[in-house]
Design a protein around this ligand. Structure first.
Ligand code: 0L1
Ligand code: MG
Length: 262
């Protein structure tokens, strides 16, 4: 069956714009393939960029065994980060306006800022580090456009992997100044520790994640660009963000990043 990618991109864009929960696409197209899901994701991005937004980076999701098991899948997913979704800190804390989202959750992210363009095939973790300007701590806000945050793998791919916003810290370090496999992170929500992780939980190393993404985009004739931010994927459970909720991702070598729901 031929899938109308532009139609489903408009369907998802309406969910984003109107902060409205949608039925999963696979409720209508049960056998939606991963290739069609990426084609819908691309059409959604084209639509959003056509309105004047720009690309600020890209992301991986489901790169940790814990999150893959939770979802019952065995492969990571890839998405895009638009400039309009990068949060501006206010006195060190990033306000997240809940009215901009449907049911936002937050998760810690190790973020690469690229010094050089990067694209596969054949990109290794070492190549990925060579192309990196700095590694920074972050918090991603994810906000599935689907009812009850419930979806299959193709659904979440089409929905740009639930990407909604990202807060980035200020204490970046050079890519070889820190051992990314032992880099630790503690997620605190309202002062309570809700998750802990090390970089090794992400496919063995966040650098492997970056290499995998570069090889993925290369396969589609695309590249990751110098100056972009790239999220490696979360290794802890995402936690809901409500008005007044404060959350901090504290990294062993990258300082802390804070958000508050407003
Ligand atoms: O960034 C992520 O890890 C999200 C991946 C998609 C799954 C989800 O929305 O939890
Ligand atoms: Mg994420």
């Amino acid at each position: 069956m031929s899938i109308d990618h532009a139609h489903w991109a408009e369907y998802l864009a309406a969910g984003v714009d109107e902060r409205r929960e949608l039925a999963a696409i696979t409720k209508t197209i049960e056998d939606l393939s991963i290739d069609d899901a990426y084609a819908i994701q691309a059409a959604l991005l084209e639509l959003q960029l056509g309105r004047g937004d720009t690309l600020a980076g890209a992301k991986l999701g489901l790169t940790s065994a814990a999150k893959q098991e939770q979802m019952g899948v065995s492969e990571p997913v890839y998405g895009w980060v638009r400039s309009s979704t990068v949060l501006e800190p206010d006195d060190g804390v990033n306000p997240v306006a809940l009215s901009d989202f449907i049911h936002p959750r937050i998760e810690p992210e190790i973020v690469f800022r690229l010094a050089e363009d990067l694209a596969g095939p054949g990109v290794t973790a070492g190549d990925a580090l060579d192309a990196t300007a700095e590694v920074i701590g972050g918090i991603e806000v994810i906000d599935s456009r689907y009812e009850a945050f419930s979806f299959t793998l193709p659904d979440v791919v089409a929905d740009n992997t639930s990407a909604a916003a990202v807060a980035i810290g200020t204490d970046g370090v050079g890519p070889r100044e820190v051992d990314l496999t032992t880099l630790g992170c503690v997620l605190e929500v309202d002062g309570e520790i809700t998750g802990t992780a090390t970089g090794a939980a992400l496919l063995g190393s966040p650098a492997e994640c970056l290499a995998m993404l570069a090889n993925h985009v290369g396969k589609h004739g695309q590249k990751l660009e110098a100056g972009w931010i790239i999220m490696a994927g979360a290794a802890t459970d995402a936690k809901p963000l409500a008005v007044g909720t404060t959350a901090a991702a504290r990294y062993s070598s990258l300082g802390s990043v804070r958000v508050v729901g407003v």
